[in-house]
Design a protein around this ligand. Structure first.
Ligand code: F0G
Length: 458
């Protein structure tokens, strides 16, 4: 008999979770103004709100926590992390930050001016918000295939080179301070970018003299997909692939809370001393002195260790197979999901799940509320609430993809949890015709409104 795949780790510590009743959940979600961010975590049975900072650290990472050097300047933990970043990504310079958006804040403060244009592949919400907050514009150049959840394409995170060149030729070069490639592309469904595409983006960018930065939160998952799907990479190690990926970039922003499997942390990786020097000023201003930034010594130690663990093939295979296990159970029941499955999450196509609801009633959010009521599973909307209003017109933006994301924390849940999640979604699917009303906004913030929005039944 062929031996089945099994997890590449065993469990040493557990945390109890409690299943509530449906009546309790109906009350709690109403009290939370139908915003899943407002729920108390003990009112959630399986938490798929995010894979960010929610993973389980290893015994080796916890051991590293005890070895942290908390010196204000020149801590050994800083050098440990610097060496790990250089070893894994190849970037010579780095600045520690407290999380990914802080790295964006420091980098964008250094590079972006009012009125600038930043092309990329479906910029993540915080990235876009940091761009728009500076009165500049994020232009989405993702390939069209990404916007049809049924089209099978191995690299739905790719940049459309024709769209990119159009932006570069139609605007003055000095208005385009950088190109951002998000690996994997979260907003289009955790979809990878191919090595060939990274090479092409780099070539075009060089032609125009524009630097390329990677939003690298899930770079290791991206490398896994390259190994599995791209010709010429099956025999290369994840770390070799990672090195090659970053060789086509001038720098990276990193939310370490994802592929580096820590609960908090981020950094900026840079190739040029001149940019490092300029960015350091903002890092000291916003985050902290350069040898700790927004992080404690123990956290830098755990992150250095996490970078190695997160780029191990056996770990990545376990992780991505678990996500696919959930995706396949849903797909087998005819539930519309972004295909191929993403690296960190399964994205349910809410417009296809609830086709009878008007887009003005926030379809993906409605679905996420129903899933919570059904089984205590907390998902997140990646759709028109998260898309915010257009900063110029003030009108709601309705993105092509209206998704409910089921983000799977790393090394946290078992496949029995996946079966439970699938069953809850299937139950909602079976009663979808009875969901006749969506939601309306009662109160919202001017930017990143999904975190605090208050909703009511439409
Ligand atoms: N870039 C990407 C692609 C992300 O997915 C995130 C965060 C960030 C940047 C910002 O990093 O949270 O450390 O400040 N994504 C989380 C998510 C929040 O749920 O997908 P951060």
């Amino acid at each position: 008999m062929k031996l089945p795949k099994a997890e590449s780790y065993k469990i040493k510590m557990v945390e109890a979770i409690r299943l509530s009743t449906m009546d309790e959940r109906v009350t709690w979600i109403k009290k939370a103004n139908y915003n899943l961010f407002n729920l108390k975590s003990d009112h959630v049975f399986i938490d798929l709100l995010t894979d960010s900072g929610t993973g389980a650290m290893s015994d080796k990472q916890w051991s590293e926590m005890m070895l942290g050097d908390e010196s204000y300047a020149g801590a050994s933990s800083y050098y440990k992390l610097k060496n790990a970043i250089q070893d894994i990504t190849g970037f010579e310079y780095f600045l520690p930050t407290h999380q990914g958006r802080a790295a964006e804040n420091v980098l964008f403060s250094t590079l972006i001016k009012k009125g600038d244009i930043i092309p990329g592949n479906s910029h993540f919400d915080t990235t876009k918000a940091h761009i728009e907050h500076r009165k500049s514009y994020a232009v989405d150049c993702t390939i069209n295939e990404a916007f049809d959840t049924e089209v099978n394409h191995p690299f739905k995170g790719n940049i459309d080179i024709v769209k990119l060149e159009k932006v570069l030729t139609e605007n003055p070069v000095e208005k385009i301070p950088l190109i951002i490639v998000t690996i994997t592309c979260n907003s289009s469904g955790g979809q990878p970018v191919s090595m060939q595409n990274m090479k092409k983006v780099s070539k075009v960018a060089k032609k125009y003299g524009i630097p390329v930065y990677y939003d690298s939160a899930r770079f290791a998952e991206n490398a896994y997909f390259i190994k599995k799907r791209e010709k010429g990479y099956s025999d290369k190690s994840i770390r070799e692939i990672v090195k090659e990926m970053f060789s086509y970039a001038d720098g990276m922003t990193m939310s370490s809370k994802k592929d580096a499997i820590v609960n908090m942390g981020g950094f900026l990786g840079l190739r040029q001393k001149e940019i490092f020097d300029r960015a350091s000023v903002f890092n000291i201003l916003y985050e902290g002195f350069n040898t700790y930034g927004g992080m404690s010594g123990r956290d830098m130690n755990a992150l250095a260790q996490g970078l190695y663990e997160g780029t191990e093939f056996s770990y990545l295979e376990t992780r991505i197979n678990q996500v696919a296990f959930l995706g396949q159970m849903l797909k087998d029941k005819g539930i519309p999901v972004q295909f191929p499955f993403g690296g960190h999450a399964i994205f349910v196509d809410a417009k296809k799940f609830l086709p009878h609801l008007p887009k003005e009633e926030f379809v993906a959010q409605t679905l996420a509320v129903e899933l919570y009521i059904e089984g205590g599973v907390r998902a997140v909307e990646i759709g028109s609430i998260m898309a915010d209003r257009d900063p110029d017109s003030g009108l709601n933006r309705y993105p092509d993809l209206e998704l409910m994301r089921l983000a799977i924390p790393r090394r946290t849940y078992t496949n029995d949890h996946m079966k439970y999640i699938a069953a809850a979604i299937i139950n909602v699917f079976e009663r979808r015709d009875k969901i006749t009303k969506g939601l309306k906004i009662v109160k919202e913030a001017p930017i990143l409104r999904h975190f605090t929005v208050e909703l009511d039944r439409a």
